[in-house]
Write a protein that binds this ligand. Structure first.
Ligand SMILES: Cc1cc2nc3c(=O)[nH]c(=O)nc-3n(C[C@H](O)[C@H](O)[C@H](O)COP(=O)(O)O)c2cc1C
Length: 186
């Protein structure tokens, strides 16, 4: 499949879909973060289930599906829950750069979020998150000491809208206290 063709099952075909309303470039950062907030609270939204990519070792990539638990547009922060002894914990402590890949089939949107992760276990952030966990979620862990929060501060976003009238892609970089956005496609 070429990078410009629609994935199987995406519902996108060159002749059956109308062109979507495109956002202003200036409005795109807020729109992306609004969608991340939406995805964090809605298991039916594709953005609830991103893939988190990290480096197992220098030059050796790793990736896994996770759940987006919280998105904070003002702080550019994404939160993920995990086991303190999971393999990714050591990876992120050694090499904080990560990429989270989100895909929502319904809106035909992909977002790639690049940032730096910090691991929080047995601290104020993990204790706060633990307090908010439902009993069935707590049951996944031995106890609070076993629980970790991955906090990702996002520095770059790559937004792709699959549109049969012409795919749209924009790059956003956090710089000098604001999001600098530019069209990458067309
Ligand atoms: C739908 C789905 C959601 C998942 N959500 C999480 C999650 O939120 N946090 C997590 O640590 N692992 C989650 N996992 C498991 C990871 O994908 C992975 O298998 C596990 O964390 C071990 O990865 P690691 O060895 O890189 O730490 C999820 C798996 C699936 C299939």
């Amino acid at each position: 499949m070429s990078p410009h063709s629609a994935p199987p099952g995406s519902g996108v075909s060159a002749c059956s879909q109308a062109t979507q309303d495109l956002p202003d470039l200036a409005a795109l950062p807020a729109r992306i973060w609004q969608t991340l907030v939406q995805g964090s609270g809605d298991p039916a939204h594709g953005f609830h289930w991103p893939v988190l990519a990290s480096l197992r070792q220098p030059g050796v990539p790793d990736a896994r599906t996770v759940v987006l638990r919280h998105a904070d547009p003002a702080g550019r922060v994404l939160l993920i829950h995990s086991h303190r002894r999971a393999g990714k914990i050591g990876q992120l402590q050694a090499r904080p750069p990560v990429c989270l890949v989100f895909h929502d089939t319904a809106s035909r949107t992909q977002v790639r979020a690049h940032g730096e992760a910090t691991v929080h276990a047995q601290d104020a952030l993990s204790a706060q998150a633990w307090q908010g966990l439902a009993a069935h979620s707590r049951g996944l862990y031995q106890g609070a000491d076993d629980f970790a929060v991955l906090r990702v501060v996002v520095g770059e976003l790559d937004w792709l809208l699959l549109d049969p009238a012409g795919h749209r892609r924009a790059g956003l970089r956090w710089s000098a206290g604001g999001w600098q956005s530019s069209w990458l496609e067309p």
